[in-house]
Design a protein around this ligand. Structure first.
Ligand code: NAP
Length: 254
């Protein structure tokens, strides 16, 4: 699965799953734009990618803001001239029971976990159509199918990301048919992946979750990156509108 010559944008890739995805894509030949709200972590991941011999730039910004997304895509085009792969990974949690959830917690989670996906897809679509190749991979979550308590905002955003994926997959199909493009849009549903986001989960809950995973271990960011790699490669060209769990079989506990 050689991605040499491909250019990827991975949002929220300063750390966690996004960083793992960026490293896997780069280690298979892709040049990567590290997009993150934190310029320090973005710069660090970008530096690590350059040390692999790939090209990389760090693009700091808030992907829930249209102006920042437009700047992100324009910085990618200035540096590389195209965008072949977009991985929508940036995400946050602000957990509250519905009764107690402040409006700000609803809005910020929906904005980062869902609105940003629409903004980035809208911004890269004409670029992908022009080069006749595009892969969009949206990171959703198993949480949206099980209605985790205290996560109405997060679950709603992640469910919305699945629906957005299917609509984009159909709309991309028009360019495949009319203009001979090779374009797909798919979603990944990670289960329990070891990152700073899940380190906040209390140990008791962590043990219950692990007991429900047939492979009996949390996933790694690289486990998610390996599936992104397949979808981004030419071997993924007939997978479109799919929702793929990467969770060691955790989905069977739903
Ligand atoms: P994480 O460790 O919290 O990392 C998220 C990254 O996104 C951070 O680098 C963060 O920057 C960045 N970010 C936050 N808001 C942003 C914004 N507005 N614009 C640009 N970047 C932003 O999370 P993770 O565990 O790696 O999760 C990554 C994705 O996978 C999320 O969409 C999450 O919902 C999903 N997911 C995770 C799991 C899991 O088990 N970990 C399971 C299912 C789905 P800062 O460093 O400044 O915060």
């Amino acid at each position: 699965m050689d991605l040499s010559g491909r250019v990827a944008i991975v949002t929220g890739s300063g750390r966690g799953i996004g960083r793992g995805i960026a490293m896997v894509l780069a280690s298979h030949g892709a040049d990567v734009v590290i997009s993150d709200i934190n310029p320090d972590t973005a710069g660090k991941t970008s530096e690590e990618i350059r040390s692999l011999g790939r090209k990389s730039i760090a693009a700091a910004g808030d992907v829930s803001k249209k102006a920042d997304v437009e700047r992100l895509v324009s910085e990618a085009l200035d540096a590389f001239g195209k965008v072949d792969i977009l991985v929508n990974n940036a995400g946050i949690t602000r957990d509250y029971l519905i009764e107690k959830m402040p409006e700000e917690a609803w809005d910020s989670v929906l904005n980062v976990n869902l609105k940003s996906f629409y903004l980035t897809i809208q911004a890269v679509m004409p670029v992908m159509v022009k080069s006749k190749f595009g892969r969009v991979i949206n990171i959703s979550s198993k949480a949206c199918w099980v209605g985790n308590m205290g996560q109405a905002n997060y679950n709603s955003a992640k469910a919305g990301a699945l629906s957005l994926t299917m609509t984009a997959a159909r709309e991309f199909g028009r360019y495949v048919v009319k203009e001979g493009c090779d374009m797909t849009c798919n979603a990944i549903m990670p289960g329990f992946i070891d990152t700073e986001m899940t380190q906040a989960v209390p140990e008791k809950v962590r043990q219950i979750m692990l007991s429900q995973i047939p492979l009996n271990r949390p996933g790694t960011p690289e486990d998610v990156g390996n599936v992104v790699l397949f979808l981004a490669s030419r071997y993924g060209s007939y997978v479109n509108g799919a929702i793929i769990p990467v969770d060691g079989g955790f989905w069977m506990a739903m």
